[in-house]
Design a protein around this ligand. Structure first.
Ligand code: HEM
Length: 461
């Protein structure tokens, strides 16, 4: 591989000479390596190589575009928090817009602030408490659906479950049968897209086959149909139930095509952000529990002691600490949002380095969460890393499954509550065993999915 020292690059800017200082990294353009060494379909291998070879910060180029990959809490904090104003989530990536439009994830500046502000009350602590009952009801519904001894793709079950939860809690809509149609259409789109959607400029990495456009358009039309039905039903009823959809409608009173389109974008963004991530987190958690029977036994112990046979309620969450730590440790090893990308608006300094505007910055939860400097014996599943003492000892910005700074996940408290309540409800009755011979491999798409699903046998406890 290339040597680590890079010559400073000098550029003229408004008559002034600017001298950049780049971190160590690939000497050749990444396209060269992509053709020879890395399977572009798995960017995690590339990121791991960069971290192993160059350390805390690594530089490479794709075409004329500069990219730095960060794996140090100080650099990560600089980009996500301290210098946040200098970074955007590159919006020009056409593919992202094709999928999500201009919702909270993709919007910037004033548009982003307005959307975030409008949605905030739906994520208020008290509101999330109210959602708890629905989360348990939906989990109990899934629990009753399962039969002793049957084999199920738990990844699909978790998707249906969390999709129903988001629809009922945030959009006051009971999807019921439509859930299958919606999940299938979203799955179709996810399958067509890969991680590049979220990582600006990295798209040059691969000679992307253009996604099957016809299949994409069909899937998108199906999603749009469900979303528009939901919006129309809300508007017709004239009732304000205080749901997120009502808040969005109130913030966008015009009834023209542009407003409808914008509403659609906002709704679909929350749907995607709010169910895929939690579903994947739960699938990975069931897998990890099946591989770590002592932890599973401890979780059962806690659930039985705290609930004494009754269904969990919001008030029980504070007593389900170990369950929460299990989820936290699962989010460490298999973070559903496994990487984040930013794009610099202006020249910027990071440590000893000085980088030009339009540099792309990449950060990966998957890589940092598995760094032995921050998590000794990093591949071991150990929920006790998240006890109060464990948390107090940990360096900040080494664990960030929900991101950080102004763009930190708005649904974080929602996700913790939902994860804990669903785990407790299902674990009260069932334990899940990985079907022998089933391959388990993380696939870094928009979220980190189990590539072959998660085929598990449902056994009564
Ligand atoms: C385990 C579950 C979840 C994980 C791991 C997760 C992770 C993340 C991360 C890492 C970001 C920041 C992305 C970036 O800065 O580039 C984010 C943003 C976001 N998440 Fe989540 N999320 C989860 C659950 C949810 C839920 C339940 C919802 C909504 C119901 C949600 C809605 C959003 C939204 C709207 C944003 C964009 C926020 C903004 O840019 O202002 N997420 N999420």
């Amino acid at each position: 591989m290339g040597t680590a020292v890079r010559q400073p690059e000098v550029r003229e800017r408004s008559g002034e000479r600017v001298s950049y200082r780049f971190p160590p990294g690939f000497q050749r353009n990444l396209l060269w390596y992509a053709l020879r060494k890395f399977r572009p379909a798995n960017p995690i291998v590339l990121f791991q190589h960069l971290a192993d070879t160059y350390g805390d910060i690594a530089h490479y180029k794709i075409g004329h575009h500069h990219i730095v990959f960060l794996n140090h809490p100080e650099y990560i904090r600089e980009v996500l928090v301290v210098q946040n104003d200098n970074f955007i989530k590159e919006r020009t990536v056409q593919r992202t817009r094709m999928l999500l439009g201009e919702g909270m994830i993709t919007s910037e500046g004033a548009a982003h602030r307005a959307q975030r502000l409008a949605a905030q009350p739906a994520f208020h602590r008290q509101r999330i408490g109210e959602y708890g009952a629905v989360m348990v009801e939906e989990a109990a519904h899934t629990r009753d659906l399962w039969q002793a001894g049957e084999r199920r793709d738990i990844a699909i079950d978790m998707m249906h479950l969390t999709l129903n939860v988001v629809a009922r809690t945030l959009f006051a809509t009971d999807l019921r049968e439509e859930v299958y149609e919606l999940a299938a259409a979203i799955n179709r789109i996810m399958g067509l897209y890969n991680f590049l959607v979220m990582l600006p400029a990295a798209e040059w990495l691969v000679h992307l086959r253009p996604p099957g456009l016809a299949a994409f358009v069909r899937a998108r039309q199906r999603i749009d149909a469900v979303v528009y039905r939901m919006i129309d039903a809300h508007q017709k009823s004239g009732l304000d139930r205080g749901s997120l959809l009502d808040l969005m409608l109130a913030a966008s009173p015009a009834n023209d095509e542009a407003s409808r389109q914008s509403l659609r974008d906002q709704v679909i963004t929350i749907f995607l952000a709010g169910y895929e991530t939690v579903a994947n987190a739960l699938s990975w958690t069931w897998y990890l529990l099946s591989q770590n029977p002592e932890c599973e036994a401890e979780l059962h112990n806690e659930v039985d002691g705290a609930l004494r046979g009754k269904l969990p309620a919001v008030e029980d969450v504070s007593r389900l600490r170990y369950t929460e730590n299990v989820m936290a440790e699962s989010l460490r090893l298999y973070p559903p949002a496994w990487a984040m990308g930013r794009y610099a608006r202006n020249d910027f300094a990071l440590g000893d380095y000085f980088l030009p505007a339009r540099t792309t910055v990449l950060i990966s939860q998957f890589i940092t969460h598995r760094d032995s400097r921050y998590f000794p014996d990093p591949l071991r599943f150990d929920p006790d890393r998240f006890t109060a003492e464990g948390k107090a000892e940990r360096t900040k910005f080494t664990y960030f499954p929900f991101g950080a700074g102004a763009r930190q996940c708005i649904g974080e408290s929602f996700a913790w509550m939902e994860g804990v309540l669903i785990l407790a409800t299902l674990a009260q009755k069932w334990k899940l065993r990985l079907v022998e011979g089933h391959r388990v491999e993380p696939q870094p798409l928009i979220t980190l999915r189990p590539k072959y699903g998660m085929l598990m046998q449902v056994d009564p406890r």
